[in-house]
Ligand binder design. Structure first.
Ligand SMILES: *[C@@H]1O[C@H](CO)[C@@H](O)[C@H](O)[C@H]1NC(C)=O
Ligand SMILES: *[C@@H]1O[C@H](CO)[C@@H](O)[C@H](O)[C@H]1NC(C)=O
Ligand SMILES: *[C@@H]1O[C@H](CO)[C@@H](O)[C@H](O)[C@H]1NC(C)=O
Ligand SMILES: *[C@@H]1O[C@H](CO)[C@@H](O)[C@H](O)[C@H]1NC(C)=O
Ligand SMILES: *[C@@H]1O[C@H](CO)[C@@H](O)[C@H](O)[C@H]1NC(C)=O
Ligand SMILES: *[C@@H]1O[C@H](CO)[C@@H](O)[C@H](O)[C@H]1NC(C)=O
Length: 293
């Protein structure tokens, strides 16, 4: 894959300041979910998938919903102290909010797999918006929701988040929605990791229990609370991606300043994450000067 960096000019970077409710896909008993799975602490629920899900080259026909905020494919997990991502482990893991969760007094975990209906339409629209050149049509959507769950031990706090796996049998996407997230004294991690950590992503600030409430405002797709990743691992290695950057530079030598480098690297990282983290990247810099901003 090639990345062309366009320095357009001047202006400060956007920041997301407002949270948004209503980004969740339908869930709960109203949506017809299989509800209240894992009432006991440290439960895992096996789900046989109607349509296989490709995760970085491995095709899975089943998934485990682990009550402690994460999904695995090969084995159930009762691990309540999350691995630090990347963990170079032996399991593929989707860690929406992997932490010690206890729903024995409040909170519901529910799921549903869709192969027809309006949820497919919603997923198709979302993916085409975030990945406009793929002409994607979802054929299967798997939604798991942790609704108003408490942390261990009966904290009484209410934390809500959701994982949505979207697939056409070929391409696959991971969408994570964060709602109200209570601060937690427990260790926590959000993102995903693969066997041997060939591909992984740690969502910024998701590993700090004191600041995880901010996840509601964070995004890589400009939708506060929502993170979206292509996860089939087949991102086209030869595609050319143009990233426009707007930044205030007096001269191009300013680019060597540490905060500018950090900003450029963050933009490149976001694009790579968006594309499914290809392993080879060629970077070209194209200057576009704006004489009078
Ligand atoms: C929780 O896990 C235990 C042990 O695996 C199992 O017996 C029980 O049925 C599970 N409960 C729920 C509600 O899934
Ligand atoms: C990852 O684990 C393997 C053993 O499974 C080891 O050989 C390798 O050095 C580890 N890599 C890193 C980066 O820790
Ligand atoms: C959780 O599920 C129970 C039983 O289905 C239901 O009565 C309750 O309203 C649900 N709680 C929430 C917050 O949806
Ligand atoms: C999957 O991708 C391959 C290669 O791009 C293509 O030939 C095939 O038709 C696709 N299959 C489906 C079900 O979209
Ligand atoms: C992970 O790394 C180990 C040790 O290097 C290797 O034996 C194994 O084949 C790797 N697994 C995968 C799926 O790449
Ligand atoms: C965790 O977040 C809190 C609150 O935002 C902050 O004060 C603290 O420095 C953070 N800790 C780490 C290790 O980043």
């Amino acid at each position: 894959m090639k990345i062309i960096l366009m320095l357009i000019s001047i202006l400060s970077m956007n920041s997301l300041t407002t949270g948004q409710t209503g980004i969740f896909y339908p869930f709960g008993s109203d949506a017809g979910d299989v509800n209240n799975i894992g009432i006991e602490d440290e439960n895992s629920t096996y789900v046989g998938l109607l349509s296989p899900f490709v995760f970085f080259g491995r095709m899975y026909h089943q998934i485990y919903i682990n009550s402690n905020g994460h999904l695995t494919f090969n084995n159930p997990s009762s691990v309540f102290i999350p691995n630090s991502l990347p963990s170079n482990g032996s399991e593929d893991v989707i860690a929406a909010l992997w932490t010690d969760i206890d729903i024995s007094q409040n909170g519901n975990i529910s799921y549903q797999e869709y192969t027809t209906g309006s949820v497919l339409t919603q997923a198709t629209q979302d993916i085409n918006q975030y990945f406009p050149d793929l002409s994607f049509t979802a054929t299967c959507v798997f939604v798991v929701t942790w609704d108003k769950v408490a942390y261990f031990y009966h904290t009484g706090t209410e934390t809500s988040f959701q994982v949505v796996l979207i697939s056409d049998g070929n391409l696959s996407f991971l969408l994570i929605n964060y709602g109200d997230i209570a601060v937690s004294p427990n260790l926590v991690q959000g993102g995903y990791d693969t066997i041997n950590s060939t591909h992984y992503f740690l969502i910024p600030e998701s590993n700090n229990g004191s600041s995880i409430s901010n996840l509601k405002y964070s995004s890589n797709v400009n939708v506060p609370g929502r993170w979206v990743f292509r996860v089939d691992g087949k991102a086209d290695q030869n595609r050319e991606t143009v990233i426009g950057l707007q930044m205030r530079v007096i001269s191009y030598s300013d680019l060597a300043e540490i905060e500018n480098i950090a900003y450029v690297m963050e933009k490149i990282k976001q694009e790579l994450v968006h594309q499914g983290l290809p392993s080879n990247v060629e970077l070209n810099l194209r200057r576009v000067e704006k004489i009078k901003p």
